[in-house]
Design a protein. Structure first.
Lengths: 110, 115
């Protein structure tokens, strides 16, 4: 199994701006998923992108996947204060071991 | 629909006391089950995962153990808690193999403080 490495570790933006965070990995994957965690809560699934997909949208979320660079990005457009949370990527491979990185802590200032 | 229950939400325990956290899943059968721990402001550390009754895999040597006495019940235990066991514990489940594009569903977590 492997874990993704999110970048940056922390991000502070003004409400209305776009937020971009990245996830890099080392070996092949079947899919990549992004999760959000509000402080003191469990993680919530945001979006899944398969290894044969390059881009996926869900509301204000846009996820890209570049398998040649082994990286993914999560873009949150027109950010809101409610988007303040930690964001984690998770890599789907052939293992049952589900390992998360340290995440990106996003702060959206009103 | 499927739901996951994790309790208690918060727990304060003295050093050396035992621990039992319980997690149950409803609305599905033969789920994969996971216990994670998260230190304050940090990422998630996988502690245990289970692909079936009585099948437990441990990821890190520690003061904790896990059991799966029933298909949809996952228990995290300790005989004697250490200060370092403090943290936020999360239970999660998924359906089938993770490479089959199945997502994780998380419980609401237990904040454990060992004093």
């Amino acid at each position: 199994s492997q874990q993704g490495e999110e970048d940056p570790q922390a991000l502070s933006i003004q409400e209305g701006e776009n937020a971009t965070m990245n996830c890099s990995y080392k070996t092949s994957i079947n899919n990549l998923q992004w999760y959000r965690q509000n402080s003191g809560r469990g993680l919530v699934h945001l979006i899944l992108i398969r290894s044969n997909e390059r881009e996926k949208h869900s509301g204000r979320l846009r996820v890209t996947l570049d398998t040649s660079k082994k990286s993914s990005s999560l873009l949150i457009t027109a950010s809101r204060a409610a988007d303040t949370a930690s964001y984690f990527c998770w890599l789907g491979d052939s293992s049952y071991k589900l390992i998360f990185g340290s995440g990106t802590r996003l702060l959206v200032r009103p | 629909s499927q739901t996951i229950h994790q309790w208690p939400a918060t727990l304060v325990q003295p050093v050396g006391s035992p621990l039992s956290l319980e997690c149950t899943v409803e609305g599905t059968s033969n789920p994969n089950l996971y216990w994670y721990r998260q230190a304050a402001g940090r990422g998630l550390q996988l502690l245990f995962y289970s692909v079936g009754i009585g099948q437990i895999s441990s990821e890190v040597p520690q003061n904790l153990s896990a059991s799966r006495p029933q298909d949809r019940q996952f228990i995290l235990s300790s005989k004697k808690l250490l200060l370092s066991d403090s943290g936020f514990y999360l239970c999660a489940w998924s359906v089938g193999r993770t490479d089959a594009n199945e997502k994780l569903f998380f419980g609401s977590g237990t904040q454990l403080s060992v004093l």
